[in-house]
Structures are given as structure tokens and as C-alpha cells.
Design a protein around this ligand. Sequence first.
Ligand SMILES: NC(=O)c1ccc[n+]([C@@H]2O[C@H](COP(=O)([O-])OP(=O)(O)OC[C@H]3O[C@@H](n4cnc5c(N)ncnc54)[C@H](OP(=O)(O)O)[C@@H]3O)[C@@H](O)[C@H]2O)c1
Length: 444
Amino acid sequence: MTQLQVNHLEVTRIPTPYGEFRLHLYAHNQDNREPLALVMGDVSGQAEVLVRLHSECYTGDVLGSQRCDCGEQLQQAMQMIADEGTGAIVYLRQEGRGIGLLEKLRAYNLQDQGYDTVEANLMLGHQADERDYTVAARILEDLQIQSVRLLTNNPRKIDSLVTLGMPVVNRIPLHGTLNAENRRYIQTKIERMAHFPHENGASSYLQQPVLSQVNQRLTEANQPERRPYITLSYAQTLDGCIALKSGQHLDISNPQSYTLSHQLRAKHQAILVGIGTVLADNPRLTVRLAEGANPQPVILDSHLRIPLTANLLRHPTYPPLIFTTLEADKDRQTALEALGVTVFRLPPTADQLLPLESIVTKLAELGLISLMVEGGAGIITSFVKAQLVDQLVMTIAPTLAGGVRAINPLNLPQADVLPHLTNLQQQRLGDDQIICGDILWQTT
Ligand SMILES: NC(=O)c1ccc[n+]([C@@H]2O[C@H](COP(=O)([O-])OP(=O)(O)OC[C@H]3O[C@@H](n4cnc5c(N)ncnc54)[C@H](OP(=O)(O)O)[C@@H]3O)[C@@H](O)[C@H]2O)c1
């Protein structure tokens, strides 16, 4: 296929019940379906613009069909953009998740015979979702949008935009009303297409026992001045691995459990990782897939090995706190401080690691009352060994990896006293199993 070229054809003023938008009409060289962009305010050169990628749905958008929530999502997006005064809706001409109106109507007839929306598309010889967001990315570039907060429940849209070079700094859910006609359709999108479920309120039909227990613990945690309340959270395979090889990133969680980890981040005031994770994953540790504030990032890095190009050094809210040793390079510290980082120097322990007790005490002194520890293996092991974990939230993906174990040998002094999970909660998110509980050191 020839390289995509998108041409701006015309723009005009469109007054709507939500306020005045500008409607841009585009053409491109792949087919003759003309995409549109409905824009409010000055988006040019702006970062974190509120954006919706809306795929055309004649039945939902125009007729207000109750078989889907498309029409309502479009209207909500217009309303939310109008409330902010700035934003854009890219309207893509890919009816029926890309299969066209005729095939969509046929798929509806199959759904009326009892098949779900995915089965119906497959029976007609299509994929479950044939949409492509390349045109959308090029239109956002044409509008000179620098990064987006995406109004969506669809993780594929986020992945596609990021892959196409458009940063997605946050996801904002967009849920229409559930009714007897659309309930199964929406549930299928959640269960079979990994769409994010409704998050809060009475309309939430996927219960969240893990999140509510974590919430409860954090609310109850009237934390002593000594240290923050500590949640250890990570994702592992069935055979207990968090990576294939040391220093390599492995995607373990499915989109729903990944969202849960962002929801957990939003509940904590600080989030901690080791330098091994920074080097392997280059994480941002921000809350992008849920609502809520970013936690303060904390990094343990004895030799200030963090690259000056690390994502964490461009954190949108808080430059990280870095704990290092007394011997770490002073010039490196100066370079990091120039990026807003605060560096704390501590004498190392006998095994040449940073002293966790002193670190969590320092975080408490800084007023941080809850800490989420996200990994990797070295850090998980040290926190467990030091008995500095109050609760554990573990995602278990149905995969075997034969790689790097989440917990290295603990070499516990007494084999009969082990960290045990009490008040256990379990939850399935797609095919991932989430286990959470309070850690209690008890005699076996
Ligand atoms: N699946 C998940 O949920 C998940 C989450 C996070 C990471 N990961 C994976 O985990 C792997 C990284 O694990 P990792 O063990 O190499 O690195 P890590 O646990 O992120 O960091 C370990 C490093 O932190 C420093 N450190 C300083 N004080 C420490 C202390 N008291 N205890 C432990 N470490 C201390 C040490 O490096 P210095 O001596 O240089 O300071 C140590 O080598 C990557 O493959 C990553 O993808 C997976």
C-alpha cells in the first residue's frame, strides 16, 4: 500500500448545543472516505489535549440506536470538550468497527439470533475489529497536537496512537448508559476485546474486590510517623516469573489488570522501583489509564546509573526522589538535580544495598503516608525480607515464562516463620487472576 497522505480540505464554524466547534474536513490517498475533526479552542502546539477518536456509527450517531453506546459517547465527548473549552474529536469513517454498514447490519441480524458481536463479525469472514488509527494520528499531527488525554475504553486505541508516535498521557473513560439492548454488546467488548470496564458508581457491573480492599486499607492506615503504609504490587506468570531475562521487559498483565495497577498507583502517594526496573522498562510510573493523581516516584539507585534521558526524569508532576550511596558520583548528582531530582545519600548496608528502613523513614518525614512498591525482583525481595510489606497485590497471568523469578531466595533464618497472606481477596480480570491480602509473618 502506498504511504498514507492526509490532506486538509476545508474548515468551517459549527455551532452546536454544546458550543461552537470548528469542523475540519480531510481526504487521504487510501480510499475516498473523508475523515473529519471537530475541534474546540486552540489545540495547535498544545500538550495533553482532550481527544476522542470516534469511529462512525450511522445507527448510533445519527439514529440514536440503543444497540450500542456510540451516539451517547459522541455526545459525551462533545460535552466534555465543551466543558474544558479545548479538545478535538477525530471522526473516522470506519463504520461497524471497520466492516462497513452493510456487513454491520448483517452482523446485527446474527446477534439477534444469539451470537455476540465478535462471533457475528467472525462468521461474516471479518476480524473482531478491523479499525486502523493511522489516519487519526496524522490528523492529530496536522492539528499540531503534541500529546493527548484520550477519551476511550479501548486499549487498542491507546496502543495504536502510541505506536504511531502520538503520546497518550492519560485515559479518560467514556461510558454510555447500559440498557437491555446494549448490555450484552458492551459486556462482550469488555470480556472479549479487553475494553476497560466501567470504573465507579452504580453502573459498575464488574465488581472490584481487590481495589475496594486496597482502598479500605489505605483509608484505615492511620500511618505512624515511622513509615508509610506499604503495598507491594507486581505481575507474574504462573511459574512466578516477572521477566524472561534479567534486564529485559516482559508484558505480563492484560489490559484490564494493567488498568488495575494504574488505579492502585492513583491510590498511593508514592511509588518505588529499583534502578534495574528503570533500566529495563524505562517506566513513567504515572496514572494514565485511570482517574486520579500521579504518585511521587522514588528510585533506589546506589551508583546513579539512571540515564539522563529516562522517562522518569520528565515526570509531568513530580521529579523523582533518588536514594543513592555516599560514594555516588557528585557530578552525576548535579546533573540530576538540574532536572529537578532530589538525591538522598545514605550509607549502604553490609550487603552493599541501600538501607530500606532509613528510606521509608525518610519518606514518612517527607509526609508520604502510602507507598506502592512495583519492583523489580531485587526490590521485591528486599522489601519482603525486611518485613516492610503491609499488603500484597499480585497479578497472575496464565503463562509460563521459565525466566526471572519475582522473589529471589529469601534465606529466612527460621524456615517455620513465613510471610503469609490473610484477608485474602481474589478477582479475575479477563484471564488474569488478581490476589490481594495483608501480609502476616506467621508460624507455619
Ligand atoms: N512484572 C512486574 O510486575 C515487574 C515490575 C517491575 C520490574 N519488573 C522486571 O524486573 C526486572 C528488574 O528487576 P531487577 O531485580 O533487575 O531490578 P530492581 O529490583 O528494579 O532493582 C534492583 C537494583 O536496585 C538497587 N538497589 C539499591 N538498594 C536496594 C535494595 N535495598 N534492595 C534491592 N535492590 C536495591 C540495586 O542496584 P544498584 O546497586 O545499582 O543500586 C539493585 O540491583 C526487569 O526485567 C523488569 O522488567 C517486572
